[in-house]
Design a protein around this ligand. Sequence first.
Ligand code: NAP
Length: 306
Amino acid sequence: MEHIYDMLIVGGGPGGYTAALYAARAGRDALVLEKLSAGGQMALTSDIDNYPGFEQGVDGFTLGEKMQQGAERFGAKTELAEVFSLNLDGEVKSAETSEGTFYGRTIVLATGASPRPLGVPFEEEMLGRGIHYCASCDGMMYRDKTVVVVGGGNTAVEDALMLSHIAKKVILVHRRDSLRATKVYHDPLMQAENIEVRWNSAVAELIRDEKLTGIKLKDTVTGEISELECDGVFVSIGRSPATELVKDKVALDKAGYIEADETTRTSVPGVYAVGDVRTKAVRQVVTAVADGAVAVHYAEEYLASL
Ligand code: NAP
């Protein structure tokens, strides 16, 4: 007979390892299936200063390892395996992986979401040296400087407003002549004295030496190219949730995230979604770890009902 875990956790980021910690401490056997290494997106962040308890900040890779070790101290296990498919039906669910099939009575989906890139040359190389995808994480680096925010949705406008309290000047660059962001944001944006909006503009090129010094903008109507000096660019053009494994199996919202409220319960009994992959307003390490704890609470309820 194959072993049946109480909980299979797909993804070893902060949400996944917090679910593992809480499950293990509740006496449940939990297995984290992780493709690469602990931490998920967080592991790519050099300085995390908005996760409480680290007065000097912490690098994401280290924090990921600490979360893994913390969960494993209580008996949670990790299998380094790529998950190819999931069977979420019935009381015993399963994951087909590069290391074989694993079975579980509950499944926690903790696969995360990645920021959508601009797709311009040298974007990856300039990550952290002028190119950023998280204003609340990296905004503090730009006190009294000039920053560009790219995008016209709620996130971009929220980011621009947040950065306007830190930076000397914020330039919002949007590819069309009207915002996608909801009306409630329009007035604060237009009233902010240090925010300028460049309509019908797309980032065509990064201007750089060691660090970013500016960008080339292309007018999306006339095709004209202009240069804009700036110290940093925050890319806020949406995220792509990693839902490939479950897109036909659990309900997704309009933006493609797994539909799950603060209970983390999905449309399938015994299946929970935690962290960036679920519908939520604030995608941060601190909210992902909260989800991990909540998922175990509801999984316990479900397991007791079997
Ligand atoms: P979003 O609503 O999909 O907006 C993405 C923005 O980026 C759009 O303005 C889009 O332009 C632009 N864009 C997309 N691809 C681009 C590209 N390759 N180059 C240049 N611009 C590009 O994404 P989001 O703002 O991250 O929001 C995601 C979801 O979370 C939304 O449902 C949003 O309402 C929600 N959210 C809610 C709140 C809140 O309620 N407080 C806060 C944040 C986010 P176009 O407009 O031309 O398509």
